[in-house]
Design a protein around this ligand. Sequence first.
Ligand code: ADP
Length: 192
Amino acid sequence: MRLVLLGAPGSGKGTQATRLKDHLQVPHISTGDLLRAEVAAGSKLGLEAKEIMARGDLVSDAILLGMIEDRLSRGDTGNGFILDGYPRNLAQASALDALLGRIGQPIDCAVQLDVDTELLVERIAGRAKAEGRADDNPESVRKRLSIYNEQTAPVVDFYRQHGMLSVVNGVGTLDDVFTRILEAIAPVREVG
Ligand code: ADP
């Protein structure tokens, strides 16, 4: 099962992806986590990405594509993968499409977690207190939400046009949302 998980910051993508990974037994590939690991390691890429991430801006498409290519070549994605945080704009969506076409592993399904903006802001504020992420300050959050609306929302349409999109209500308990995601991907799992 090759799955793209789409949703605004605070939509619960990361949490649900972790559960899905255990359930589906495929790796969870979070570009946010990969980038934060580079920042923590103090690598050249990490140093480049640090400020950009703290501001809530997008790291360059070229860097992200390289990271994804590298991650997919590790040999543990034979049964599929869950992409979380990628693609985030149309250029990334087409680059991913081309890359996966080339290696014969196209996306089976894209799931969008749908959550009201007001609730997103509330959730991120709660997370900021609990986790202290550098980019969960109000200015960066505003920037990330507006980038989501301007650049990532078209990616949702991209998958809709390709007939691969399921929209899942992301409001409810973690279990409720998880069950809804499993229901949404069930038809694709049967085919695969
Ligand atoms: P959130 O969904 O809460 O914004 P993520 O962990 O997915 O958090 O991403 C954190 C930051 O990492 C983003 O604001 C951005 O700076 C960078 N990032 C993650 N994925 C991408 C991507 N696909 N393209 C560009 N930048 C990215």
